[in-house]
Structures are given as structure tokens and as C-alpha cells.
Design a protein around this ligand. Structure first.
Ligand code: SF4
Length: 138
């Protein structure tokens, strides 16, 4: 059997489940979402031949923002933009990561995925969960 049939589907994040409990947002899902987002970003960087930023703090903050949006909105809405209506944006999907500009032209204005010729790119396509957590906290 081939994985080809699944390739387009697996290009992005798995569909987000609706937020589990909801009210205060303090569910244990937060850590899970961060790990899901982190793994997605590593896989996607490798698949697209892009690299994380030379400043890992940038990578960590973007990953944390994506995970938070996934938890709060049910979709990994790009955290680097302002939205009048976040729920509507998630439904529209244009800015759900990987957003359309990234998928079509490898343009990531968050500097999460940087092309090889970008002067701000680092050498890495991986980042550990511990590093993300400590960089966001620090
Ligand atoms: S700009 Fe696009 S690819 Fe980059 S983090 Fe935002 S949604 Fe993801």
C-alpha cells in the first residue's frame, strides 16, 4: 500500500478536536497540543526543506502561540497576526498553520519556517519540547 493517498492530508496539522473542557482553558491538553505542534513543525520543516530560526526563542514563541490557538480556538491559527474574529478565521482556514502563503510560496512571516537562503535561518529542523518550554518561560 502507498502513503501517497495520504500525503496531502498529512501535509498539515491534524484536524483539531474541539476543546475538551472549555471554560477556563486550563485543561491538561495544553501540553499535548504543544507537543503535537512541535512534532508537526519538525516534520513540516523537513518536508519543505525549511529551517527554524537561528534564534530558537522565536521558534519557541511561535510554537507556543500555535498550540494556544489550537487549544482555545480548535485550530492552529497563525499567532503572528491580528484578527477581528478568530473563530471565523479558523473556519476560513487561510491562516491555519501551515497557512496558504507558506504552502504556496514558502512564505512564513512568523519566521517559524525559513528557506535556505534566508539570513535568519539556523541549521536546525528540530527543537526539543524542553527547549520550547524553557525558552517560552525564560
Ligand atoms: S506564517 Fe503561516 S506557516 Fe508561518 S507560523 Fe504563521 S501560519 Fe504557520
Amino acid at each position: 500500500m502507498s502513503d501517497a493517498a495520504n500525503s496531502s492530508k498529512s501535509a498539515g496539522l491534524p484536524d483539531a478536536a474541539p476543546p475538551a473542557a472549555s471554560a477556563d482553558g486550563s485543561t491538561p491538553k495544553a501540553a499535548d497540543s504543544l507537543e503535537v505542534i512541535r512534532k508537526f513543525a519538525e516534520t513540516y520543516a523537513k518536508r519543505t526543506g525549511t529551517y527554524f530560526c537561528s534564534d530558537p526563542g522565536v521558534t519557541a514563541v511561535v510554537l507556543e502561540g500555535l498550540a494556544r490557538n489550537k487549544d482555545e480556538l480548535g485550530g492552529a491559527l497563525c499567532p503572528c497576526r491580528h484578527y477581528e474574529d478568530k473563530e471565523a478565521e479558523v473556519a476560513q482556514a487561510f491562516w491555519n498553520c501551515p497557512c496558504v502563503p507558506m504552502r504556496e510560496r514558502k512564505e512564513c512571516h512568523c519566521m517559524l519556517f525559513l528557506t535556505e537562503d534566508n539570513p535568519f535561518r539556523g541549521e536546525s529542523q528540530t527543537i526539543s519540547l524542553d527547549d520550547v518550554k524553557s525558552l517560552v518561560a525564560g
